[in-house]
Design a protein around this ligand. Structure first.
Ligand code: FES
Ligand SMILES: [Fe+2]
Length: 473
């Protein structure tokens, strides 16, 4: 049963302790993170033999190494001699892994290559099996490398379950990073994830600002301005929701479908509302309206300059077809021009984002050729901050040159003002949630049906953190 089929949401409040307590965070480090599959990096971040990527979760560091064209391995990043971290960040090892402290070295498969002055060690200190780099379970899906610190993990594809099938049409393995940013957010990692795990907030947080965007440009720290009267009129025209909802639900609950799985959850716009979406002609000059809407999509990386160029070059834009169909056709034509076939993807999935929340810490909207993926990780032992990665991915043609991507780091999210208006609004909310969680008057989170994904996620966390060592319980 999906969340939308339930008459009411569940009533139990969600404890706030899980977002603010150091003890809860310590329990997550002890019981959750060592047992779950975690996305470590994209394969394109380690394209050549000897390339490595250091993935960190709490105090644990995992070294992902490309051994050759076909094989990627992962190792515990600690030298068996005196524990030194063998590699940091990203780079290329030039064919061997060598500890910087005393020069112990390993082949890329983790077997011992060299131990300087081996004769000076007691033989029992140098048993070969103890000196191999300790291997970590690894899995690949969708162009990502996943790692699992457990000794006996379930197969990655079993864990990903419905995500694999749901995202198959989008061929995310063929997408490539076009921007990659990491920053520190002023909230618990689960508060950050939850901000993208429901669409209940869209009306209040985003639509007002998107509709009146020209008048209320987001600067990353300012709360969006209230919707202008003109924008109100336009919203009514665009969405035509209130008049059509027979049960008088809010526009948000009418507009989105939510699906919860035993692990992971999904949300998307109601397909029928998309296939019968507003006509460009209803919004004035169709071409002008199309370019304006593309501009909004561009702000959230769901459209790119080649979409804009394509529409610019059209002598006429039809005013009487649903806008979603028009934009789907544009995307297909732009794809075809670069040799990418989107003919198997229905109109309603082409340009409207489908959000999968991939437990424990990934979420983000995918459409034909684009995926913005957010990853949240706890930040050391501080429950009030988290590491936030934003991966913008885009589908290129076979012969197109893929730009080299520089991984950007910002120690404060406010120091960078190009998150895009909608993401900036989400980020603004997070610190305010975290501050409120500390108020003694606040007793716990009350979640509605649209927020069932948030509840489902917290139940997943409970399976690990509260199950006393049995993650399957
Ligand atoms: S700590 Fe690595 S070689 Fe000594
Ligand atoms: Fe949002």
């Amino acid at each position: 049963m999906t969340a939308m089929h339930q008459r009411y949401a569940e009533s139990a409040l969600i404890s706030k302790e899980r977002y603010i307590s150091r003890e809860w965070l310590a329990s997550e480090y002890e019981r959750l993170w060592p047992k779950v599959w975690q996305m470590a990096c994209r394969l394109e971040e380690i394209p050549n033999p000897g390339d490595y990527y250091e993935y960190q979760i709490g105090t644990q560091s995992v070294l992902i190494v490309r051994e050759n064209e076909d094989t990627v391995k992962a190792f515990r990043n600690a030298c068996p001699h005196r524990a030194t971290r063998i590699c940091s960040g990203t780079g290329n090892t030039e064919g061997e892994l060598r500890c910087p402290f005393h020069g112990w070295a390993w082949h890329l498969d983790g077997s011992v290559l060299e131990i300087p002055d081996a004769d000076d060690f007691a033989p029992e200190c140098l048993r070969r099996k103890d000196l191999q780099l300790s291997e970590v379970h690894i899995g690949q899906w969708g162009g990502f490398v996943f790692v699992n610190l457990s000794e006996t993990p379930e197969p990655l594809l079993d864990f990903l379950g419905p995500v694999v099938e749901g995202l198959a049409p989008f061929e995310v393995d063929k997408m490539r990073l076009i921007r990659y940013r990491t920053t520190v957010m002023d909230c618990n990692w689960k508060v950050g994830l939850a901000a993208f795990n429901e669409a209940y907030h869209v009306e209040a947080t985003h639509i007002w600002d998107l509709s009146g965007y020209a008048a209320s440009r987001m600067n990353g720290v300012r709360r969006p301005a209230r919707m202008s009267a003109a924008a109100t009129d336009r919203l009514d025209t665009d969405n035509r929701i209130n008049a059509r909802d027979p049960q008088g639900r809010t526009p948000g609950s009418y507009q989105f479908l939510y699906e919860t799985f035993p692990t992971h959850n999904k949300m998307r716009n109601v397909p029928e509302l998309l296939t019968d979406s507003a006509r460009l002609g209803d919004m004035g000059d169709p071409k002008k309206a199309a370019l304006e809407m593309l501009r909004l999509q561009q702000m959230i990386s769901q459209a790119h300059q080649d979409d804009v160029d394509y529409v610019e070059a059209l002598s006429e834009v039809p005013g009487d077809v649903p806008s979603v169909k028009f934009f789907a056709d544009v995307r297909r034509a732009v794809g075809a021009a670069r040799g990418v076939d989107y003919s198997h993807i229905p109109d309603e999935d082409m340009v409207s984002a489908i959000d999968y929340c991939i437990y424990p810490n990934l979420v983000g909207p995918v459409s034909a050729g684009n995926w913005i993926l957010f990853r949240f990780r706890p930040n050391g032992d501080d429950p009030d901050t988290c590491l936030y990665d934003v991966m913008f991915m885009h589908r290129f043609g076979e012969n197109e040159e893929v730009p080299t991507v520089k991984h950007e780091f910002y120690s404060r999210w406010q120091d960078h003002d190009e998150w895009g208006p909608t993401i900036g609004q989400d980020l603004w909310n997070m610190g305010h949630v975290q501050a409120g969680l500390h108020q003694s008057s606040f007793t716990g989170l009350r979640l509605n049906r649209q927020e069932a994904g948030v509840r489902n996620f917290e139940k997943f966390i409970d399976r690990y953190v509260l199950a006393d060592g049995d993650p399957a319980a």
